[in-house]
Design a protein around this ligand. Structure first.
Ligand SMILES: Cc1cc2nc3c(=O)[nH]c(=O)nc-3n(C[C@H](O)[C@H](O)[C@H](O)COP(=O)(O)OP(=O)(O)OC[C@H]3O[C@@H](n4cnc5c(N)ncnc54)[C@H](O)[C@@H]3O)c2cc1C
Length: 378
């Protein structure tokens, strides 16, 4: 419980929890180990979460969005993260809404808001993540098309997506542009990467080899796509933080339940001070992380920028989530490591949040820059 929790957010989280239990958990449980959710399974999950604002997120209702505040969307994502599949934030509609023309919004947003289309955001490249100046994927104008060459890596849902917002280098200006790529019109080749966590989701590397993308798919001015990225990523960092909190809350809940029922030396292990202190510290740190995240999101809701606060929230929440998951696992003895106990999966999924939307190291450099007034970036 925090000052950010209201009757309305509790109602929202209860509704999300119901969808997770009724729709997402059975799909996840039926997915064999080593396989990922199919496009159809993804669509089923997206459509189930759609009425709660998962796809329309913070986009105003006037444009067909859900009109949620950043805090409300954070509450929604936190609750999804307590479930078995960490779907995460849906980024492309926000990019299209921010940069797109009225005609472009009409063309793409309804399909994304309905869950009929799955979307991915393509920014990172194999040779460059933090260093966006080293991106090499290009889009060269050729008549009424752009010709795209290059590779992108780590695209969440990249193998099952129908649409991609693609960051490319504009050779004319040297700046970064955003294109919207429809898979049916401009197909891409993808391969999924096996990772320590998020094992039911596609995390893809995609290749463009002379792929032709219609000229009217550019979002905003050529070469001006970098500025929007830096604004949009502030919210994304707050959302990653609160999802880390959601994951770790689930792990802690499992550990608390186990501490109440597991008996050793004639009493529930929760009655041992050693266990209580571990779980009390975990709950306290998680509460601090949750407050940092919602505080950062509330600043964004007030219309201000919050680079320092979102970086603090992200780095502290992810570090805390990993520590809480590990503490939960250890407090449960061997059972904590069993897949059935659901805690080891939380630990693995939390580890996946360290690099996304800026590594822990980069977050610390941002906090340092904003605190000292000096940049340690090259
Ligand atoms: C689960 C997951 C989902 C993702 N989803 C997407 C997605 O949908 N779309 C997408 O485009 N990308 C996605 N990413 C990629 C993510 O955004 C990048 O991993 C991130 O930007 C970091 O880039 P990198 O991994 O190439 O690390 P690098 O930039 O190569 O960094 C490597 C190491 O060097 C350090 N480092 C780099 N520069 C400096 C510096 N100047 N000073 C000090 N240290 C430095 C970093 O902190 C890090 O420890 C995802 C990643 C993950 C893990």
């Amino acid at each position: 419980m925090t000052v950010f929790d209201t009757p309305a957010t509790r109602e929202l989280q209860a509704a999300v929890a119901e969808v997770v239990q009724r729709v997402i958990a059975p799909i996840s449980a039926a997915t064999p180990p080593g396989t990922r959710l199919t496009a159809e399974q993804m669509r089923t999950c997206l459509r189930a979460l759609q009425p709660l604002g998962y796809l329309g997120s913070t986009i105003p209702r006037d444009f067909g969005g859900a009109g949620l505040s950043y805090v409300e969307y954070g509450m929604l994502l936190e609750q999804v993260a307590k479930g078995p599949v960490l779907f995460g934030e849906v980024v492309p509609p926000r990019t299209i809404n921010y940069l797109g023309t009225a005609e472009q919004k009409r063309r793409w947003l309804p399909k994304l808001f309905s869950g009929d289309w799955i979307a991915t955001a393509a920014i990172t490249e194999p040779q460059a993540g933090s260093d966006m100046r080293a991106f090499t994927t290009t889009a060269v104008l050729d008549g009424d098309h752009y010709v795209v060459n290059g590779r992108k890596r780590w695209l969440k849902l990249g193998s099952v997506a129908d649409l991609m917002t693609l960051m490319v280098v504009d050779p004319a200006s040297g700046g970064l542009s955003r294109l919207v790529v429809e898979r049916d019109i401009s197909p891409w080749v993808s391969r999924d990467i096996d990772t320590v966590g998020l094992r039911q989701l596609s995390l893809a590397e995609v290749t463009f080899d002379g792929t032709r993308v219609p000229r009217d798919s550019i979002l905003g001015e050529a070469g001006a796509g970098g500025e929007q990225f830096h604004r949009g990523i502030e919210a994304s960092r707050g959302f990653i933080g609160i999802q880390a909190v959601g994951i770790a809350s689930h792990a802690l809940d499992r550990a608390l339940a186990y501490a109440r029922e597991r008996v050793a030396f004639g009493r529930p292990i929760g009655k041992f001070q050693a266990i209580q202190i571990v779980l009390a510290d975990a709950a306290t740190r998680l509460q601090a992380a949750r407050l940092l995240c919602f505080n950062a999101l509330a600043i964004l809701d007030s219309g201000k920028r919050a680079p320092r606060d979102v970086s603090m929230a992200k780095v502290f929440a992810v570090d805390t989530a990993l520590a809480v998951c590990q503490a939960a696992m250890e407090s449960m003895g061997a059972w904590g490591t069993a897949e059935e106990a659901e805690v080891e999966r939380c630990w693995r999924d939390a580890a996946m949040l360290s690099a996304i939307d800026g590594t822990a190291g980069i977050q610390r450099l941002i906090i340092g820059r904003e605190t000292l007034g000096m940049s340690a970036f090259l």
